[in-house]
Design a protein around this ligand. Structure first.
Ligand SMILES: [Zn+2]
Length: 181
């Protein structure tokens, strides 16, 4: 048996060959392979359109295995800080992404429906596998599902300043009364 080299893709500054993001999904799982790398938001049009800071870089890893029920299964992890536009104050807010998902591979759409009905588990996604599965699409899906639909600062920077000013104004008459007593 010839041992396959583990391909580590996407170090910063490297010219990433496109095939580093393409796997034979079923084989990848059978051989329990692992791959990891980075993806720049700027390199993905789907991520660029959602993220404020195009220079952000996300880390990803993907592992293949056979599930307890005998299905080929991928575990995909994506992490990193993404800049989104706060829907309240419209400035940038940072979202710390740390997402992991389990993807069961099906042979085709019909097979996917069958597996989904059998598993009846919302935590596991069933996707149609292929000999040339593009991981970029999976990573993009993972990120787009993980980021909030309507991102907001916990406390918006401008609102916080306003609140502090209002608070100071409101408390001053009472402070004055206290001093009179
Ligand atoms: Zn805000």
């Amino acid at each position: 048996m010839i041992e396959k080299p583990v391909i580590i893709a996407g170090f910063p500054g490297s010219a990433l060959p496109m095939n580093a993001f393409v796997i034979d999904a079923f084989e990848f799982c059978r051989l329990k392979e692992h791959r990891q790398g980075e993806i720049a938001v700027a390199d993905s049009s789907r991520l660029s359109s959602e993220c404020d800071d195009k220079s952000a870089v996300l880390f990803w890893s993907i592992d293949g295995r056979t599930s307890s029920l005998g299905f080929e299964q991928l575990t995909l992890c994506v992490s990193g800080a993404v800049s989104l536009q706060c829907q309240r104050c419209l400035t940038s807010c940072t979202f710390d992404l740390a997402s992991e998902s389990s993807l069961i591979l099906a042979k085709d759409e019909v097979h996917a429906d069958e597996i989904e009905a059998m598993l009846d588990d919302d935590a596991i996604d069933v996707i149609v596998g292929s000999k040339e599965l593009d991981i970029v699409v999976l990573i993009e899906d993972e990120v787009l599902l993980a980021i909030p639909l309507s991102p907001k600062h916990e406390v918006c920077p401008d609102l916080a300043t306003l609140k502090a000013l209002n608070g100071a104004k409101r408390s001053s008459p009472f402070d004055a009364l206290k001093r009179l007593n």
